[in-house]
Design a protein around this ligand. Structure first.
Ligand SMILES: [Mn+2]
Length: 382
């Protein structure tokens, strides 16, 4: 029996609403290391988007260096990784040939897609083929072929691999791509505009397991073995209900036996809270997870002074505030010419109604009248 863990989309060094997620990433990577020990896996796969940017901050490089040293050297577990669309393949594959000797396989060269990393024991062998992230132009230039679109480019690469693969082994593809029909999140950067980046799952049917990266929600497409492990952490509020983790894959006698989702628990969860300020403040005072990263949607219909400051007293990590209550109920969003000609009073009245859904009451109308006329006078005076 052989086992490996499939992960992807680490995005080390990512910032979220100006907050560095490095500690959060380090926290779940420690859990990954525990899983690697506990399951005594034979390899770790990272299917792209190792870093968040092509030139990552030094602290991100330092964290990755530390994690890879622990896994490859201290635990002697080989790591196989490919660059994703966020990584720079050229930078990531620095010293790749030398690093192979220490069990770190960086498959970052499109010209080498037909060369597998073979992990084996006495009875069986797993062949891992990595397809570094590419667009159709890379493939055209690299192989001097005429093709267009992501689907054709991927089909070409997979055919190359299939023509070379060893039928006696289990064959595993690692790729960073968008499989058609799979579900997106808000934190993925599109590979191309207008859906031309989709490829069909059926391209992969000749393989025993397909370790995908790019989409951040854990999921499979068509077949259980054509799978996205999902990102390490939630990287947008749209992912609040996703269960992040890594995927444990077991082979026996060169045949896929079992796929298990191993959950990761974040240092700070990411979630959306909705309600009126007062009730949110009350709930925050007793919320055991008050440190979570929050998007707060205030439903109050009146303006609130320094809502963010008040919320952060109980929820220190409110990262984003929305006030749908202040954009309430009215269809009269369009400005028509007649309205522009009206007096300030009428315009303010309309504005008030548009944001609160109510008319000014008598007291408010009086106050407004007074303010506007005093403004007019002060302008005349000065
Ligand atoms: Mn990604």
């Amino acid at each position: 029996m052989m086992k490996f863990i499939h992960t992807s989309d680490w995005h080390i060094g990512r910032q979220f609403h100006n907050v560095s997620l490095l500690d959060d990433q380090s926290y779940v990577l420690d859990q990954l290391i525990q899983y690697i020990k506990q399951e005594s896996v034979d390899a770790l796969i990272i299917a792209g988007d190792i870093y968040d940017r092509s030139i990552p901050p030094a602290t991100a490089v330092e964290l990755l260096d530390k994690i890879l040293k622990t896994i490859c050297v201290d635990l002697s577990v080989p790591v196989i990784l490919i660059p994703g669309n966020h990584d720079s393949a050229e930078r990531l594959r620095f010293a790749a040939n030398q690093l192979k000797q220490s069990g770190l396989y960086i498959l970052g060269d499109l010209g080498n897609v037909t060369e597998p990393v073979i992990i084996q024991n006495k009875h069986e062998s797993l062949c891992f083929y990595g397809i570094p992230y590419n667009d159709p132009e890379h493939v055209r230039n690299q192989f001097n072929v005429d093709l267009s679109g992501y689907e054709q480019a991927h089909a070409y690469l997979i055919k190359l691999i299939e023509d070379n693969k060893d039928e006696q082994s289990a064959n595993i593809i690692i790729s960073h791509c968008f499989v058609d029909g799979a579900e997106e999140s808000e934190s993925e950067r599109p590979l191309s505009i207008g859906g031309a980046d989709r490829i069909s799952a059926s391209l992969f049917k000749g393989f025993d397991y397909v370790a995908l990266g790019h989409l951040h929600g854990p999921q499979y497409k068509n077949e259980q073995y054509i799978r996205y492990s999902g990102s390490l952490l939630k990287y947008s509020f749209s992912e609040q209900n996703q269960h992040k983790g890594v995927t444990l894959v077991e082979f026996d006698d060169n045949t896929l036996k079992e796929i298990t989702h191993l959950p990761l628990s974040p240092l700070h969860d990411m979630r959306i809270i909705e309600g009126e300020l007062e009730e949110i403040l009350q709930q925050g005072r007793v919320d055991p997870n008050a440190e979570d990263y929050l998007l707060v949607r205030l439903t109050d219909t009146h303006a609130i002074l320094d809502a963010m400051g008040k919320l952060r007293v109980v929820y220190p990590n409110v990262l984003h505030l929305e006030k749908p209550g202040l954009m309430a109920s009215t269809d009269q969003q369009s400005v028509n010419r007649d309205k522009i000609r009206r007096s300030e009073l009428e315009m303010f009245h309309d504005f008030f109604k548009q944001v609160t859904g109510r008319d000014l009451d008598e007291k408010q109308a009086d106050a407004l009248q007074e303010t506007v006329s005093s403004l007019h006078h002060s302008q005349v005076d000065s």
